[in-house]
Design a protein around this ligand. Sequence first.
Ligand code: SAM
Length: 107
Amino acid sequence: MPDHPHPAADGAGAAAGAGAGGAGVAGLATSVWLTGQRSAPVQRRGRYLAASTQHPARMLPAIAAHAVAVYTRPGDLVADPMCGIGTTLIEAVHQGRDALGVELESR
Ligand SMILES: C[S@@+](CC[C@H](N)C(=O)[O-])C[C@H]1O[C@@H](n2cnc3c(N)ncnc32)[C@H](O)[C@@H]1O
């Protein structure tokens, strides 16, 4: 775990640009990641090969980008042991992190 807490855990409120956290409903901690404001093709445009859309289990780039932004810092290493088309890795590199992925399928 990083040495900086998740914004929802410390009651600090919204994470930069992509989500919100806080006391929530009936005092329960909540964390809402607003990652669907742009369509998947728009999020991928200019960053992903067209062939990558053939993968059956693609992650929405904004989800990966938000996780990278909240849980890591520039210069950190982001490792994805089941990286698929590499969404998490791509979003990590775009935010100044290093990235390492492993994928079972050769395609
Ligand atoms: C949901 S996708 C991963 C999405 C990815 N995390 C991303 O950021 O786009 C799951 C992937 O895990 C791979 N996988 C499943 N078992 C694996 C294993 N034992 N080692 C490596 N990759 C594996 C699958 O081939 C599939 O591409």
